[in-house]
Design a protein around this ligand. Structure first.
Ligand code: GLV
Ligand code: MN
Ligand code: MN
Ligand code: MN
Length: 397
C-alpha cells in the first residue's frame, strides 16, 4: 500500500463523525485499531514486530550481520481529545512509505531501520505526555507510572496488564536503547512556522503541566448565602485570568484546557475544581516564574473564598536542543531546508537525553494543530516521505 492508501485506511479510525476530531486514547478501541493497523502493515512488509516492555510498538527491517545500532523513525498513533489527523500518524505512515520507497529503489541497509509507535504520547489518558518514551528512557519512575489513573480511575498498571504488558516490567530499557543508534521523527508542523514543504527541528522549548486542586464545600445554589459559600469555582476563575496575564508579562504561553468540576451540577455549588495548566516558554526561568505567579494568585483568591488549593507538577521538560550533528546532516541531505524551533513536545525530545535525535516537519497550511482543522496537502506529505527516505538512505544505507 502506498502512502495515500495507508492514509485513507487510517483516516476514519476514531474520528468524531460530527466535529471531525480524533479521539484515539491509549488502549481504547480506536487506538487499539490503530495498533492493529500498525501490526498489519509491519507484517505485510515482513518487518519484525517488537512490543517493548513499556507499551511501545516497533517494526524492524533487520539487516543481519551487523552490530551497528539501528536508525529509528516513526512517531505515535494516539491523539488529544478532538485532535487532528496528522499529529502522530503522519510520522508512522510516512515511515512505512519510506521503507517501501527504499525497497523499490533497491536500497540495501547496512544497519536495521525501525518504525516506532510510541504509547500515550499526548498523555490524554493518563496525564503524562510521552509516557512510553519517558518510561523507555527512564524519565519517569515505574512506580509513578504504574499509579497514574485515567478518568475512570483505572491505573496505568491495570490497563497495561489488560493488554498483555507486565506492569512490573516497565521502566528504562537499556537493551532496547542500545539497539537504537538514532531517532528521526517526522511530524506535522504545528504552527505557522514553515512556508516550504519540509523543515528540520532545531529545538523544543521548555514546557510542562501543572494540576491545581481547589477544594471548597458543596452546597445548595438557592439556599446558601454568598457569605456562607466556599465556592472553588471562584479562585479557579482568578487562576484562569492570571494564567493569561502572567504569560503576557513573562513572554510565555499558558493554557487551561482541561477542568473537572465536582459534582458538576447546575444547581450545586461545586465541592471541588481541578484544573490543568499547560505552560511553555522560551526559557526555564520564564516558565517557572509564570507558574509561580499563577499559583500565588490562586492562593490569594482561594484564601479570600475559604477554599484550599494544592499545586502538583505532573510533568516538566526542559529545553531540548536536538543533536546538532544529526540535525545538520539532515539539513545537508535535504539541501538546506529551514531549521525551526517548536513549542510542541515530542518523543524525539524525550529520547534526546539518551541518544541522538532529530525531527523533520511537514508544512501545515492551516497552522492549526490539536484540533480538527490540522492539515497538510498530499504533495507536502509526499515531499515529507521523500525527505525521510533520503535521510534513512543517508543514515542507514
Ligand atoms: C504534544 O503534542 C504537546 O506538545 O502537547
Ligand atoms: Mn500533539
Ligand atoms: Mn505529536
Ligand atoms: Mn473573587
Amino acid at each position: 500500500m502506498g502512502f495515500e492508501e495507508m492514509w485513507a485506511a487510517l483516516l476514519p479510525v476514531g474520528r468524531d463523525p460530527g466535529a471531525g476530531g480524533y479521539h484515539r486514547f491509549a488502549w481504547t478501541p480506536p487506538e487499539l485499531e490503530c495498533r492493529d493497523w500498525f501490526l498489519d502493515e509491519a507484517r505485510a512488509r515482513g518487518l519484525r514486530v517488537e512490543r517493548d516492555r513499556n507499551g511501545n510498538l516497533f517494526a524492524w527491517w533487520d539487516t543481519g550481520g551487523t552490530d551497528e545500532p539501528g536508525v529509528l523513525t516513526g512517531s505515535h498513533l494516539d491523539s488529544v481529545p478532538g485532535g487532528g489527523a496528522y499529529d502522530g500518524p503522519l510520522g508512522v505512515v510516512s515511515a512505512f512509505a519510506a521503507i517501501d520507497l527504499l525497497r523499490e529503489r533497491g536500497a540495501r541497509p547496512r544497519r536495521p531501520i525501525g518504525i516506532a509507535a510510541f504509547a500515550e504520547e499526548e498523555g490524554a489518558r493518563f496525564g503524562v505526555a510521552c509516557l512510553g518514551s519517558r518510561l523507555l528512557s527512564g524519565a519517569i519512575t515505574p512506580e509513578r507510572a504504574r499509579g497514574l489513573r485515567d478518568r475512570d480511575g483505572r491505573t496505568f498498571a491495570e490497563v497495561l496488564a489488560a493488554h498483555g504488558t507486565d506492569p512490573e516490567g516497565i521502566g528504562r530499557d537499556d537493551d532496547l536503547l542500545g539497539r537504537i543508534g538514532c531517532l528521526v521523527e517526522l511530524h506535522i508542523e504545528q504552527g505557522r512556522a514553515l512556508d516550504v514543504p519540509v523543515g528540520v527541528a532545531g529545538a523544543i522549548v521548555p514546557h510542562g503541566r501543572w494540576r491545581f486542586d481547589f477544594t471548597g464545600e458543596g452546597n445548595h445554589a438557592g439556599t446558601t448565602r454568598l457569605e456562607d459559600r466556599r465556592d472553588p469555582m471562584q479562585p479557579f476563575a482568578h487562576m484562569i485570568l492570571e494564567a493569561r496575564r502572567a504569560a503576557a508579562r513573562n513572554g510565555t504561553l499558558t493554557t487551561v484546557g482541561k477542568v473537572q468540576v465536582t459534582p458538576n451540577g447546575v444547581n450545586a455549588i461545586p465541592s471541588a475544581v481541578t484544573a490543568w495548566l499547560d505552560g511553555r516558554g522560551p526559557a526555564d526561568d520564564a516558565v517557572r516564574r509564570t507558574v509561580a505567579e499563577v499559583h500565588a494568585a490562586a492562593r490569594a483568591a482561594a484564601r479570600e473564598h475559604g477554599v484550599s488549593v494544592e499545586l502538583a507538577e505532573e510533568s516538566y521538560s526542559e529545553v531540548v536542543g536536538f543533536d546538532t550533528a544529526l540535525r545538520d546532516r539532515l539539513a545537508a541531505t535535504l539541501g538546506g531546508v529551514p531549521v525551526l524551533p517548536t513549542g510542541a513536545g515530542h518523543d524525539a525530545g524525550i529520547l534526546a537525553s539518551r541518544l541522538p535525535t532529530a525531527m523533520l516537519f511537514v508544512r501545515n497550511p492551516t497552522g492549526v494543530s490539536h484540533a480538527p482543522a490540522e492539515s497538510a496537502t498530499t504533495d507536502d506529505c509526499l515531499a515529507g516521505v521523500e525527505a525521510l527516505t533520503a535521510v534513512l538512505a543517508d543514515l542507514a544505507c
